[in-house]
Design a protein. Structure first.
Length: 135
C-alpha cells in the first residue's frame, strides 16, 4: 500500500523505518528493524522527513544512521549517515544514498535494516518519518 506524505512523495509502507505518529524523540535511540536484504540496497535511498525539530538554543545537533544486521536483535552496523550540525536543523527532507555492495562488504548476510538517531545539545527534540525509496 502506498501512502503520500505532505512532501508529495510516495512510498511503500512495508519499507517504512519510522513513523512520526510515534511522536518526538528527545534522546538517542533507534526504531524497530524491518527485514530487508542488504543485497537489494543498491537501488535504494533512505528518506528522512523531519516534521518537527527543536532549535531553541541553537546548539542542537542531529545524526541519522541507517544500520544493518544479520538478525533483528543482533548488533547493528552503520552503512549510511546524515549529520545535521548545530544551528542547521530544519523541518526538511533529507536523503541518504545506500549501497548494497558496501553493506555486504561490511556485514555479509545483512538481512535487517533500521534507522537510529543521535541527539546532542541542550534541548534536542525531533519528530521524523523515515522510509526506503527506490533511487
Amino acid at each position: 500500500r502506498l501512502i503520500m506524505l505532505r512532501t508529495r512523495r510516495m512510498f511503500d509502507q512495508n519499507l517504512r523505518l519510522r513513523d512520526s505518529a510515534s511522536g518526538a524523540v528527545t534522546s538517542s535511540g533507534s526504531a524497530t528493524a524491518i527485514a530487508f536484504p542488504a543485497t537489494e540496497m543498491y537501488e535504494y535511498k533512505a528518506v528522512i522527513n523531519v516534521v518537527a525539530v527543536d532549535v531553541t538554543t541553537g546548539d542542537e545537533a542531529y545524526t541519522f544512521n541507517i544500520q544493518v544486521s544479520d538478525s533483528s536483535g543482533g548488533t547493528y552496523t552503520t552503512v549510511g549517515q546524515r549529520v545535521i550540525a548545530a544551528g542547521q536543523a530544519a523541518i526538511a527532507t533529507y536523503e541518504i544514498p545506500l549501497s548494497g555492495y558496501a553493506a555486504e562488504s561490511i556485514l555479509s548476510g545483512a538481512d535487517y535494516i533500521r534507522v537510529s538517531h543521535v541527539l546532542a545539545g541542550t534541548t534536542p527534540s525531533v519528530n521524523y518519518n523515515c522510509w526506503l525509496s527506490p533511487m
